[in-house]
Design a protein. Structure first.
Length: 322
């Protein structure tokens, strides 16, 4: 089984793109270089992720991925960060640690009934730090959705949803897309449906990382998932010369101008990211190095945590899908 239609529906976008190009020759050159000096697969960072009994941990991962989007500030505004265990954290790491901190402080954050009625004030207190987390109201909606759906269909336990998928990450992606509307990351491009499903796909991978590939984190088909189309990895691929933007789009991105969700430019960037990583995966395999798409996603994301040579801004789109 494959992830429902992600590669299939993004490929026409890549083939017909007017604003974004993938340099296949550059991919081949990079893969030859990387195969000679393979980077290790990054381990899961237990220091910022909550881990308790299996049902509570599963609920934590679902909530984490329901809220895992859009951390960059408006121009002139400070970046949102939190302090946790002597570290200053931003972005996704801050989100993971803020939720973990709340559980450690005794908040019933992982109980579906509490989540279904969470208020903006309660969520804001959980995210207390320096600056403001963007799109708070949308995060409140997503948290409530998690609580409502878990209450209505799974007795408050995401573990039951996972178990119903019988070890299939693809089935779990489908379940999230169909039963949790905020995970339904599907858009249109030139009249065609394009399925990207970033947060739905990252959820089984986060379960795999959290549980070490065992129990609720055991999936037989993780290799069927694609990379997770966000804003950070296109920035890395552009700095590496893999993704190239046309002059008008490059100017807009470099000026940090907002791109509308679902605009041709934004869809082309995300589709190109998915296929650039897929071609990297294929070319590495031909060089004798097997990496799954999510492992390459982790590698590229970590590569982008420090500025790269020739790095330009990432594209800005206000959306709850990434």
């Amino acid at each position: 089984m494959k992830t429902p239609g992600v590669l299939e529906t993004t490929r026409p976008v890549v083939d017909g793109a007017e604003h974004v190009r993938i340099d296949r020759a550059r991919i081949r050159a990079l893969c030859r270089e990387w195969a000679q000096n393979p980077a290790p697969v990054q381990p899961w960072d237990d220091s910022v992720h909550f881990s308790g009994d299996a049902p509570a941990t599963a609920n934590y991962v679902l909530l984490l991925d329901a809220l895992n989007f859009c951390f960059w500030p408006d121009p002139g505004q400070p970046r949102w960060t939190i302090g946790y265990q002597g570290r200053e954290l931003g972005g996704y790491m801050a989100l993971a640690a803020a939720l973990k901190r709340a559980v450690e402080q005794g908040l019933p954050l992982l109980e579906a009934d509490w989540l279904s009625q969470v208020t903006p004030e309660q969520l804001q207190a959980i995210f207390q730090g320096s600056g403001q987390i963007p799109m708070l109201e949308r995060r409140v909606e997503n948290a409530r959705e998690v609580g409502r759906v878990l209450q209505a269909r799974y007795g408050g336990s995401f573990a039951r949803a996972i178990e119903s998928c019988q070890g299939s990450a693809v089935r779990l992606v489908r379940l999230l897309e169909e039963e949790f509307p905020s995970f339904c990351d599907v858009t249109r491009w030139k009249g065609q449906t394009v399925r990207i499903l970033k947060r739905a796909q990252i959820t089984p991978v986060d379960l795999y990382g959290t549980f070490g590939g065992k129990g609720l984190g055991h999936f037989e088909d993780l290799d069927a998932l694609t990379a997770f189309a966000d804003y950070k990895i296109p920035q890395v691929l552009r700095a590496l010369g893999v993704m190239q933007y046309g002059p008008s789009l490059a100017e807009r991105v470099d000026r940090m101008e907002l791109l509308e969700p679902g605009s041709p430019e934004e869809v082309e960037i995300r589709a190109a990211m998915v296929w650039a990583v897929e071609w990297i995966r294929q070319d590495l395999r031909s060089e004798g190095l097997n990496r799954r798409a999510f492992e390459l996603d982790w590698l590229l994301w970590n590569l982008g945590q420090e500025p790269l040579p020739d790095q330009r801004p990432y594209h800005r789109t206000r959306t709850w899908f990434y």
